[in-house]
Ligand binder design. Structure first.
Ligand code: UDP
Ligand code: MG
Length: 144
């Protein structure tokens, strides 16, 4: 099934200049970019995006990390895009992520882990709405 998913290139990805490497992996896996923008995450957006970890002790540190620079938001489209992106990312803790995954190759630890990717098709729909207006999303199917 063709799906769309939300990816965020986190501040460490930009600072370490791995955006090209990371995007290359997505493209090489058959995903295409259907939305892209650089943005500073406002408090409200971040609170919604990370509502599931807001009560955790690490949230203040996560908040300052995620607001330490702009992030790059990508909408990616392709066959099983949600699960494919999660596979390419690897698990949350970069130190436990296998080599060959984005986090395993470029990440530092559990917090500073290069990328966000939606964790289910339902959340992908919600997250894409949160980060992109409908007019900022495009479809490129069958135009090669
Ligand atoms: N995070 C953290 N410490 C933890 C768990 C998560 O700093 O113990 C941060 C990390 O940046 C992670 C984000 O919170 O990517 C969201 O956590 P989630 O469990 O949704 O992990 P993900 O879906 O990003 O793998
Ligand atoms: Mg998550």
């Amino acid at each position: 099934m063709i799906e769309r998913t939300l990816v965020l290139l986190k501040p460490d990805c930009i600072a370490d200049r791995h955006c090209g490497d990371v995007i290359s992996r997505f493209e090489a896996s058959g995903l295409e970019i259907v939305g892209c923008k650089m943005m500073l995450l406002a408090n409200e957006v971040l609170a919604e995006h990370y509502a599931h970890v807001m009560d955790r002790p690490f949230y203040p540190e996560l908040k300052s990390f995620m607001q330490s620079s702009p992030v790059i938001a990508l909408a990616l489209s392709g066959e099983n895009a949600v699960a494919l992106v999660r596979d390419l990312m690897g698990p949350t803790d970069s130190r436990k992520a296998p080599k060959g995954t984005i986090r395993g190759d470029f990440g530092k630890d559990t917090m500073v882990n290069v990328v966000h990717g939606s964790d289910s098709p339902e959340n992908a729909v919600l997250e894409l709405k949160r980060f992109f207006a409908e007019r900022e999303l495009f479809e490129f199917t069958a135009k090669r």
